[in-house]
Design a protein around this ligand. Structure first.
Ligand code: 5MM
Length: 349
């Protein structure tokens, strides 16, 4: 019974041309983004921003599920309606980030291990009772001289798998997010090699921890050269290398892959997802979708600046990004969608 529910929820999250909206920045990350724009770093400002997001008109056109945080899942809109109910009323499935963050890994300089397994069973029961139907946990892998180490990859993979097993026990779909960071001057080939190793290890651990692959989603990085790598690559090359890496590592039983954006610009994230779907969609066993945070929210946040008078314009920008990513899922995104004139016409039409 639980198994069928998990499968149904996972499929629903990647159905059609919709994707996930990651609005799960921890308070400290959210505050850092607010600070850069002069927005007060208060609980009320974070609440107001999250209200702007969940009440965006038409959000449900291209968003199937939204990932909240422990603070956000307890917050309400100004009219008193809990955000979970606002999402449900729009047909959007509420999700929740449950990791406690990536911390320095002991005896492994420059590497991270994600914490949060202690007490997780009880927290999952509470979130489920509050309306969450899917869950997210992020592991972070850094590429550098001699890293990521075998022990860091294995520790994070085992932790992700133990988290995923606990989620399924609670009837919640786990989104498994092993992120190989873009920071550094590594090449595309090195990122591909590391991502392949990480995903092989993660799926080995998911098997060992008895996670049902049909009832989970994978949230990986796209395979990209490091931000400081002198040789950047074309959209088509990135699409080819990313899909090849996933075909080698992700079993067909997994219903969907929902990419993180990882610091790419909003436009590049859409263009690269689009290129993958244009070239490969009809031949892939899983849906290729999105679970972006910055690549959906950043333009809206920059317009909003914490000021109510800009809220409607910020919502339009947020909606526009979800629409671009919906188009990318169909392989129908094109650069002119970003043109302000085209954008205005699209808003009217
Ligand atoms: C990689 O971060 C995830 C996707 O966001 P981007 O599309 O911006 O890369 C995101 O869900 C992230 O896990 C959350 O924002 C939580 O991050 P912190 O570091 O605040 O816990």
């Amino acid at each position: 019974m639980i198994a069928q529910e998990l499968v149904n929820t996972a499929k629903k999250l990647v159905a059609g041309d919709k994707g996930l909206l990651a609005m799960d920045e921890s308070n400290s990350t959210c505050n850092k983004r607010f600070a850069k724009l002069g927005i007060p770093q208060t609980e009320e400002a974070r609440r107001a921003y999250r209200e702007l997001i969940v009440t965006t008109p038409g959000l449900e056109d291209y968003i199937s599920g939204a990932i909240l945080t422990d603070e956000t899942i307890r917050q309400k809109a100004k009219d008193g309606m809990p955000f979970v109910k606002v999402l449900e009323a729009a047909g959007i499935i509420p999700g929740i980030k449950v990791d406690a963050g990536a911390k320095d890994m002991a005896a492994h300089p420059g590497e991270k291990i994600t914490e949060g397994l202690d007490g997780l069973r009880d927290r999952l029961a509470e979130y489920s009772q509050m309306g969450a139907r899917f869950v997210k946990w992020r592991a972070v892998l850094v590429i550098g001289g001699g890293i990521p180490s075998r022990s860091c990859i294995e520790a994070n993979a085992q932790t992700l798998a133990r988290y995923a097993a606990l989620c399924q026990e609670a009837g919640l779909v786990p989104v498994v997010e092993p992120e190989v960071l873009m920071d550094g001057d590594h090449t595309l080939e090195r990122c591909s090699e590391v991502t392949e190793d990480v995903l092989h290890t993660v799926f080995g651990q998911l098997y060992r921890q008895r996670v049902m692959l049909e009832g989970m989603l994978l949230k990986p990085n796209m395979v990209l050269p490091g931000l400081d790598c002198p040789k950047q690559e074309t959209t088509d090359v990135i699409a080819d290398v990313t899909v090849r890496c996933l075909l080698r590592t992700v079993p067909p039983a997994v219903p969907g892959i929902t990419f993180l954006s990882g610091g790419q610009s909003a436009e590049l994230a859409s263009a690269r997802l689009n290129a993958m779907n244009v070239s490969f969609k009809s031949r892939l066993p899983w849906a290729l979708s999105f679970s972006f945070a910055r690549a959906v929210q950043q333009p809206a946040l920059e317009i909003w600046q914490g000021k109510e008078i800009f809220a409607a314009e910020a919502q339009e920008a947020l909606y526009h990004r979800t629409k671009c990513n919906g188009a990318a899922r169909r392989g129908e995104y094109y650069a002119a969608m970003e043109n302000p004139v085209t954008l205005r016409k699209a808003r009217k039409g």
